[in-house]
Design a protein around this ligand. Structure first.
Ligand SMILES: Nc1ncnc2c1ncn2[C@@H]1O[C@H](COP(=O)(O)OP(=O)(O)OP(=O)(O)O)[C@@H](O)[C@H]1O
Length: 346
């Protein structure tokens, strides 16, 4: 387990990059940290392996406070933490095999054991045929595979990923994320990923924290974040992969914020998870509350194998029935939001 307790980091220039960060990351999790440029992501991930020393607070990994270790103790603990980078950081004068061998050489691993480990890892990352190539002869995705192989060849418990997919094209991002997921499952390595791309979080993270101006402003499971975001920043990140704006066809309606006429319809958005998707919510609103309900638009997406959907519906009926129906909706694990009022027939 990794625990950050009241971690703050100020750079000498007077920049408070991290402010009272509290996080717990469980063994075997894929934990995402997302934030805009300058939010403090790199500083945070570098404080986990002490590439940056926090100004205050504790970083406890498997019971040991990393901030209290001597240089030699820290070197020993770092063996359990691998790291991958946006620009791969490979040694250009070494082959793929020699790049992966590098950490094992530093740790004095015997040559025969090195060979066995590297052969297995090359197989795992799909680069067996490329072992004698140099980094300049590889694509970006292949370079990152070498970076991943080098990071996990010394059997770490934790893999830190610093924007590891940011320099790659969308197809390659998918294949690298699949590889990371595979490694997480097969080798039970805890993965902490920092990114500014919500797609990355949505694809593979179990839980996520949002960092803004050095503060964690929201943290939850990825499914909870998508279905019930609490902050504007979270909604904006979600909007980048799952649009919350009205579909084109609905923009033609004159939607107003206030009710203008007694017979105005209400346009609303319902967001729900797969576990409630089977309930006849719409039928119930119509039947039990005597409302007219039309479905105007719907989408379904998947996170961690669970479906979550959005429906835009048009509701009309008497005030008392609408109030009772809204009370019923609020009792369900569904997010409901009034988008506005529409006059006349829809
Ligand atoms: N070595 C440093 N000295 C002084 N200030 C720094 C240093 N490194 C980072 N900062 C500042 O700390 C803040 C957080 O930077 P950090 O690199 O952690 O953010 P980030 O979220 O990773 O950004 P990006 O996505 O652009 O890499 C920024 O204001 C940055 O300018």
């Amino acid at each position: 387990m990794i625990e950050l307790k009241h971690v703050s980091k100020s750079y000498t220039a007077g920049v408070d990059a991290l402010k009272d960060i509290n996080l717990t990351i469980n063994d075997g999790e894929i934990f995402g940290i997302i934030g805009q440029s300058g939010a403090g992501k790199s500083t945070l991930i570098r404080c986990i392996n002490m590439l940056e020393r926090p100004t205050s607070g504790e970083v406890i990994i498997n019971g040991k406070d990393m901030t209290k270790l001597s240089t030699s103790e820290l070197r020993a603990e770092r063996r359990h933490i691998g790291m991958i980078f946006q620009h791969f950081n490979l040694l250009s004068s070494r082959t793929v095999y020699e790049n992966i061998a590098f950490p094992l050489e530093l740790y004095g691993t015997p040559k025969e054991e090195q060979k066995k480990k590297i052969t297995d890892i090359l197989e795992l990352v799909g680069l067996t045929e490329y072992k004698d190539k140099y980094p300049s002869q590889l694509s970006g995705g292949q370079k990152q595979r070498v970076g991943i192989a080098r990071a996990i060849v010394s059997d770490p418990d934790i893999l830190l990923s610093d924007e590891a997919t940011s320099a790659l094209d969308p197809e390659t991002v998918k294949s690298i994320l699949n590889l990371l997921k595979d490694i997480n499952r097969k080798l039970h390595i805890t993965i902490i990923m920092i990114t500014h791309q919500m797609e990355v979080i949505k694809s593979i993270a179990d839980r996520v924290a949002i960092i803004e101006h050095g503060h964690i402003i929201e943290q939850s499971s990825v499914l909870d974040l998508f279905t019930s975001p609490k902050t504007e920043t979270a909604r904006n990140f979600i909007g980048s992969v799952s649009s919350n704006t009205l579909p084109e066809g609905l923009k033609n309606y004159h939607i107003h914020d206030e009710r203008e006429n007694a017979d105005d319809h209400i346009m609303m958005r319902l967001s729900f998870r797969g576990d409630v998707a089977n309930e006849p919510i719409i039928a119930k609103l119509a039947r039990d509350y005597n409302l007219e309900v039309s479905i105007l638009y719907g989408t379904v997406d998947f996170i961690q194998g669970v479906s979550f959907g959005k429906l835009i519906i048009d509701v009309s009926g008497s005030d008392s029935n609408i109030t009772a129906a809204f009370n019923h909706l609020h009792s369900l694990p569904i997010e409901s939001e009034v988008l506005g009022y529409v006059s006349g027939n829809i």
